[in-house]
Design a protein around this ligand. Sequence first.
Ligand SMILES: [Zn+2]
Length: 110
Amino acid sequence: MDIKILLQFKNQLIKTGNILKEKIKELSKVPEFGEDVSADDEESNETEEFGNQLSVAQNYKEQLAEIDNALKKIESKEYGICEKCGEEISLDVLEVAPESRLCKKCKKLS
Ligand SMILES: [Zn+2]
């Protein structure tokens, strides 16, 4: 792969990773529950909301792990190679999702 293109993907991965880290930090904050204990309904809504927040954060963490994996592969010069069949992943796939592990063909099969 052309080094310029590789660096472009690397920058993109780092940038997306940083955005995800920020979002995870935001979402992991425990919300301040109102001190008005009498408002039971409101409090249970807030707890539920925090639960949703954590599942979104979990989602972001998984995306972040994919990005870290791709960055490691850039370091070890294995980036852009399909993990299943060993073929090169086409650029149009990487442009949409630079953290892709599989080529178009294997992605369809999985
Ligand atoms: Zn493949």
